[in-house]
Design a protein around this ligand. Structure first.
Ligand SMILES: Cc1ncc(COP(=O)(O)O)c(C=O)c1O
Length: 465
């Protein structure tokens, strides 16, 4: 499988090169040249596969430059760290299916992709006799999933910046209590935006970037999207079999358009109508819902909500969908993204019919998040985290009698204990991996929000090829 840029400025490259490149060199995002379709007979033969075996079947259709036995082994190893035998179990509550994606080491859906990506990086670096220094900023959740993805791995060091005292204590400890020698936590005296700005500036220093082979681990990496396609296919197989119905809807709490884009790829792979509709659920940061409902993709102010991982305006994976919406016209995609960069908005109201063929969207208020957590707990004795509650509330709005609905549960409620407690009146159950975490020894450097200070630290502690 060859990979292309959404902006058309690079020659086609194979999967492994796309993984190492992350962002395409022309500033676009990488996509497979085609989306392989899977027929009913093949799907029948996948019904009883284990998670890892199904992941291999799905992913291998997009990967032809890693020997099958190696890819199988990488995938298998990636899911041994999960606390649920089924990796991403589906539970049935009322008329909804809840897809629990939070059984990985950091209790969030990001583990599903980042455990795989860490092992894939390790494998590719060993093959190429190369090294990688991962540099990223986090507002809380991605940092720990990235750190757990690469902790203790040869040939990889990871530097994660977070805003000092502006992430929750649990989030901070999930990152800083990882004491492996290749993990460097840096708390910046400043905001998440300050941290992100420093990272962006360091990445534009091409000489430094090349000397240290700097890599990113955010959701623009195609391997992350690919790993997430698997659980859509798996849920479809299970629900379609269980409900004897071949059409399924999904509801997805969305910020960066990453997880829902994986659903869109799954929709394209499966037979027509298998995934009927993807419900895009946002919190008060509603740019993506406005896009689906009115074709209005225009930046607003970032609002703080109880689902902070979705407090985002410009969605980093949106460009991938835009490329398909423009019928794979890279020149038009580039033009539109440039227009967005310049004016902070693009008008896609002319594409409404096409968008609505795949998506429905809702914006869920803060009050509705709390009310949904409370009522779900009361009715089903089941605790939702605030992100999942955004998706569940939207699912309730769009659920139709005849089509099963799967809601993606993207984080464990204990990660957002305060909000959950305010909704249900008691703290959520704390899983074993978080018990006592606050008192664990930790390692973290507190630094001024200054590019040179950070760059010097990376230079002193980074691996050199
Ligand atoms: C818990 C949780 N739910 C949902 C999302 C939204 O996912 P995406 O950014 O892929 O749309 C995130 C993203 O960071 C998250 O951490």
């Amino acid at each position: 499988m060859q990979y292309l840029s959404t902006r058309g400025g690079i020659s086609p490259i194979p999967f492994t090169k796309a993984v190492m490149m992350g962002l395409a060199e022309d500033g676009g995002l990488l996509l497979p040249r085609t989306i392989p379709r899977v027929g009913s007979e093949t799907l029948n033969s996948w019904q009883k596969l284990s998670y890892a075996d199904l992941a291999f079947e799905v992913m291998s259709r997009f990967v032809d430059d890693i020997p099958s036995s190696d890819l199988k082994e990488i995938i298998k190893r990636s899911y041994t760290t999960f606390g649920a035998e089924d990796i991403t179990p589906l539970v049935h509550k009322g008329d909804l299916h809840i897809l629990e994606l939070f059984h990985g080491p950091t209790l969030a859906f990001k583990d599903v992709a980042l455990q795989f990506l860490g092992n894939l990086f390790e494998y590719l670096l060993a093959k190429n006799q190369s090294v990688l220094n991962i540099l990223g900023a986090t507002s809380g959740d991605t940092g720990s999933a990235a750190i757990y993805g690469v902790r203790g791995k040869d040939r990889i060091n990871i530097f994660i910046l977070h805003p000092h005292q502006r992430v929750s204590k649990v989030q901070e400890k999930q990152m800083t209590s990882v004491l492996d020698a290749n993990v460097f936590n840096i708390a910046i005296r400043g905001s998440f935006d300050d941290a992100q700005t420093i990272i962006k500036k360091i990445f534009t220093d091409i000489e430094f970037k090349n000397t240290f082979n700097l890599g990113a681990i955010n959701s623009i990496n195609w391997a992350r999207v690919l790993a997430q396609v698997v659980y859509y296919v798996r849920s479809w197989l299970h629900v379609a079999q269980h409900e004897k119905d071949s059409s399924v809807d999904f509801s997805i709490p969305t910020g960066n358009f990453g997880d829902i884009f994986a659903g869109y790829i799954a929709k394209k792979m499966l037979p027509a109508g298998a995934i009927r509709q993807l419900v895009l659920a946002t919190n008060d940061n509603d740019i993506l819902a406005r896009f689906v409902n009115n074709g209005d993709y225009s930046l607003g102010e970032v609002k703080r909500t109880s689902s902070p991982s979705m407090d985002i305006q410009a969605a980093s994976n949106f460009e991938r969908y835009l490329y398909y919406l423009m019928d794979s016209d890279a020149a038009r995609t580039k033009e539109l993204m440039e227009e967005f960069a310049e004016h902070g908005k693009i008008d896609l109201s002319g594409s409404q019919d096409l968008i609505r063929r795949d998506f429905a969207a809702a914006t869920i208020s803060e009050a509705d998040v709390v009310q949904t957590i409370a009522s779900f707990h009361q009715k089903y004795d089941y605790v939702l985290d605030p992100h999942t509650a955004v998706g569940v509330k939207a699912a309730q709005q769009f659920k139709t009698v005849s089509v099963p609905m799967v809601c993606l549960a993207t984080a464990h409620p204990a990660k957002f204990g305060q909000v959950v407690e305010s909704a249900i009146g008691s703290p959520p159950h704390v899983p074993e991996s978080l018990v006592g975490i606050i008192d664990k020894p930790s390692r973290c450097e507190v630094m001024d929000s200054d590019k040179k200070t950070i760059q010097d630290f990376v230079a002193n502690n980074g691996l050199r090829a």
